[in-house]
Design a protein around this ligand. Structure first.
Ligand code: NAD
Ligand code: TYD
Length: 337
């Protein structure tokens, strides 16, 4: 079995590469990644020497390059993690989100059709459902919740989902889609809430909480997301959508306070809110639990402890990032905010 993992030099894709190498000792994994600002070969340093692993630097929108690679490698399964993934960046510059997230997905699916790939899996997000009110804890996103997007990021992911469903129905592409809640864990790029706060605490910088900090996200440890995708690509039904969630809702303020208490220091600074900021995400994972037998294994307290320890023990990984181009991004996003 040969699996193409696109976006494998990023946060979740990188964790998925390690998960699959460990869980399936007879599989070959080929990582396709353009190494954008969010891609990092250091993330894959523990896989590069493995004879069952190969890294190819390639942009998923490069149609000729992608077709050439499918022709030589002949994958059985393609799991598409490659994407522009940060809401704040999508507000600053939407165009690349449309290019990578929509057109890149189309190129991959065209190649899957041409080379008879047995399964194309699209890694999507709960953000395609829009948001839920803060005062209705009884409401959760199910697979039947209508798409209703807020940011250019979520609109691009929703567009890709619609295209995947269309390819499945019109061309018979054997595809599945998963929509997961917010992930956290090792190799998470420093621009996102949890790593940003850990790193700012360690660097003695203020902790920028958007608005009043009451927005809620449903957090899942990244390895539990990987195990769900592994189940879907093997046992999931073609044409189906599966929600994946941690059943673990926390306000941003609760998250930041937990990190302050875990690390023993840190000072919150409330800053201007994100435009169009989604209030609450909460996933109903009943379908994947009952139909595929998935269960998340890492509880939040343990997951946060493992994550904080990882950032403490892997300083060079993130120091490399935050001392480079990231400085300009941080200034642009947070200075005078
Ligand atoms: P990330 O930003 O950490 O990684 C994205 C990776 O894709 C990077 O390695 C980057 O180099 C690569 N990439 C970007 N554009 C590319 C292109 N044109 N061609 C090839 N490679 C390209 O993102 P992540 O947080 O790991 O998210 C992975 C996927 O999971 C995304 O599709 C995202 O929408 C989805 N998702 C993320 C979360 C989350 O909490 N992070 C939750 C649900 C779904
Ligand atoms: P983020 O990690 O960007 O994920 P998403 O927007 O895709 O859910 O943000 C998580 C939440 O944290 C979101 O409500 C925005 C908020 N947030 C802050 O308050 N401060 C920050 O510096 C960042 C990056 C996010």
């Amino acid at each position: 079995m040969k699996i193409f993992v696109t976006g494998g030099a990023g946060f979740i894709g990188g964790n998925f590469v390690y998960y699959m190498l460990k869980t399936h000792p007879d599989y070959d994994i080929v990582c396709l990644d353009a190494l954008t600002y969010a891609g990092n070969l250091h993330t894959l340093s523990g896989a590069l020497e493995n004879p069952r692993f190969k890294f190819v630097k390639i942009d998923i929108t490069d149609r000729d390059g992608i077709f050439g690679l499918f022709d030589t490698e002949r994958p059985d399964i393609v799991v598409n993690f490659a994407a522009e993934s940060h809401v704040d960046r999508s507000i600053l510059s939407p165009e690349v989100f449309l290019k990578t997230n929509i057109l890149g997905t189309q190129v991959l699916m065209d190649a899957c059709r041409e080379y008879g790939v047995k399964r194309f899996h699209q890694v999507s997000t709960d953000e395609v459902y829009g948001d839920l009110p803060l005062d209705r804890p009884d409401l959760l996103f199910t697979e039947a919740t209508p798409i209703h997007t807020s940011s250019p990021y979520s609109a691009s992911k929703a567009s890709a989902d619609l295209l995947v469903s269309a390819y499945c129905r019109t061309y018979g592409l054997p595809a599945t889609i998963s929509r997961c809640s917010n992930n956290y864990g090792p190799y998470h790029f420093p621009e996102k809430l949890i790593p940003l706060m850990i790193i700012n605490i360690l660097n003695g910088k203020p902790l920028p909480v958007y608005g009043d900090g009451k927005n809620v996200r449903d957090w899942l440890y990244v390895e539990d997301h990987c195990s769900a995708i592994d189940l879907i690509i093997h046992d999931g039904k073609v044409g189906e959508i599966y929600n994946i969630g941690g059943n673990n809702e926390r306000s941003n303020l609760q998250i930041v306070e937990l990190l302050i208490s875990t690390l023993g220091k840190g000072e919150i600074k409330f800053v201007r809110d994100r435009a169009g900021h989604d209030l609450r995400y909460a996933i109903d994972s009943t379908k994947i639990k009952t139909q595929l037998g998935w269960t998340p294994r890492t509880d939040f307290e343990n997951g946060i402890k493992k994550t904080v320890d990882w950032y403490l023990n892997n300083r060079s990984w993130w120091e490399n990032i935050v001392s480079g181009e990231y400085i300009n991004y941080y200034r642009r996003m947070y200075e005078d905010r």
